[in-house]
Write a protein that binds this ligand. Structure first.
Ligand SMILES: Nc1nc2c(ncn2[C@@H]2O[C@H](COP(=O)(O)OP(=O)(O)O)[C@@H](O)[C@H]2O)c(=O)[nH]1
Ligand SMILES: [Mg+2]
Length: 428
């Protein structure tokens, strides 16, 4: 991982100035900056370019948009590695080139924001991962995706008919340190991919990190044998996937649990657990109906914590600070979306349907500021709430709320959590 990232801009009287750097302690001397600048200026190309240089124990990679010298002068996006990390340089350059092109296509203030996003990607060690969600048509796969990853509300989903999904559909989603590809394998295609053998087609199970199999109560009532057979076949496939280095994790969602008569719910769950003979920690009962929706959020968060180190780190930090006796809820938000939600058990669960509109309005409120506030207090019904940036780059926000803790107490809890989940290590 790099030890620092620096954005330089061109000032017509002063020459190169360092506009922003992470961590603050990363030091590039004037001499070093000048050497990088010289290297860019002696190469004759008029195209954007990436160069790498070595100075005492450091490898410096620098992107310069040389096609924009007239407008921007010699502006540079510089990333610094320790010299031992030579093997990381080549793959890193490719990504940095794309980020550099985008960065310098933005205006002055947007550049500042996007630079922080690049820094977050780097220091959270963002990785590409793949999740395969599969299950017969109509069991709720697309609804789950829309609610959890796109912050749709239950009403939007339940009251609007959706086009059914056919075949294999791909989505891209950001979740903490994951650049997550989701493959949604629908309906009849399941049978084809599970039972037919094929050599030329792309196997959706290939290189998967997570597999989530979804079924619903009506399908269980009429076709439990199919479900059991699907699962056997999936397990067999996962034991034989070749191109993935680690065996993918398999989870099961019995979704639309609201359709089961509440009086029979216990018996229904027991029956499924017994019949599937599957690790209970990997089996979840979920629904998008408002009364049940936290079950879906909890399940998805546990599932994704298996592949997201950042989610795991934050979850552990929060759990380590919350004691059962206190009534506190914590929500971690990124780009308008709830990524993590943890509360002490006796706190009445906040309906996501209330929280999401609230968060959207907070974000709209923050947007009005040129320099965004790093934190603020809120009063929500009988709750105190405190919202603050969580990571050093302002990409994640943490919202703490409690009916009994004061704003100051919430603030100090938030500060403690920030220290625990710091992405930047101090450089000696
Ligand atoms: N009762 C109930 N209906 C749901 C739930 N989740 C989704 N649905 C409905 O189930 C239908 C099929 O959902 P969809 O997401 O398209 O299923 P997919 O084919 O597996 O992607 C839609 O009409 C949804 O409104 C749930 O938790 N409870
Ligand atoms: Mg669908």
């Amino acid at each position: 991982m790099p030890i620092g990232i620096v954005l330089t801009e061109w000032d017509s009287t002063m020459g190169t100035i360092i506009r922003k750097s992470f961590p603050k302690s990363i030091h590039l001397s004037k001499d070093e900056v000048n050497k990088v600048l010289m290297s860019h200026s002696i190469s004759k190309t008029k195209q954007p370019e990436i160069i790498d240089l070595r100075f005492q124990q450091k490898i410096i990679i620098s992107f310069c948009p040389k096609d924009k010298i007239v407008q921007l002068g010699y502006s540079m996006l510089i990333v610094i590695f320790h010299e031992d990390e030579q093997s990381e340089i080549a793959p890193f350059k490719e990504k940095l080139y794309k980020q550099g092109i985008h960065l310098f296509s933005l205006n002055y203030s947007q550049r500042n924001e996007y630079f922080k996003q690049i820094a977050y990607d780097i220091f959270s060690n963002k990785l590409s991962r793949k999740l395969l969600i599969l299950g017969t048509s109509g069991v709720g796969k697309t609804s789950i995706k829309k609610i959890f990853f796109e912050s749709a509300t239950s009403d939007e989903i339940l009251n609007k008919p959706m086009e059914p999904t056919y075949g294999l559909v791909h989505y891209k989603i950001d979740y903490f340190d994951l650049d997550l590809g989701i493959a949604d394998l629908a309906g009849q295609e399941i049978e084809h991919y599970l039972y037919d053998s094929f050599d030329s087609e792309i196997d959706p199970f290939d290189a998967c990190d997570l597999v989530v199999y979804v079924f619903d109560p009506p399908y269980w009532e009429t076709n439990s044998h199919d479900i059991i057979n699907h699962l056997k076949k999936i397990q067999f496939k996962l034991n034989h996937v070749s191109s993935s280095s680690e065996k993918p994790h398999l989870f099961i969602l019995c979704h639309k649990i609201d359709l089961v008569n509440p009086e029979r719910l216990g018996e229904f769950k027991d029956n499924i657990v017994k019949s599937l003979n599957f690790n209970e920690n990997l089996l979840f009962f979920t629904s998008i109906k408002p009364n049940f929706i936290s079950s879906l959020f909890k399940a998805m968060q546990i599932i994704l914590s298996n592949i997201s180190e950042r989610a795991n780190q934050i979850r552990n930090a929060i759990n380590g600070e919350l004691t059962k006796k206190e009534k506190i809820g914590v929500i971690v938000i990124q780009n308008n979306k709830i990524l993590l939600e943890i509360s002490t058990s006796d706190l009445p669960v906040f309906s996501v349907n209330i929280i999401i509109p609230m968060i959207k309005s907070i974000y709209n409120f923050i947007k009005q500021y040129i320099k965004k506030p790093e934190c603020f207090n809120l009063q929500v019904n009988k709750f105190n709430a405190y919202c603050s940036e969580l990571d050093e780059f302002g990409q994640e926000h943490i919202l703490l709320f409690s009916p009994e803790k004061s704003k100051d107490e919430l603030e100090s809890l938030s500060e403690k959590l920030k220290v625990k989940v710091k992405l930047l290590q101090d450089i000696n």
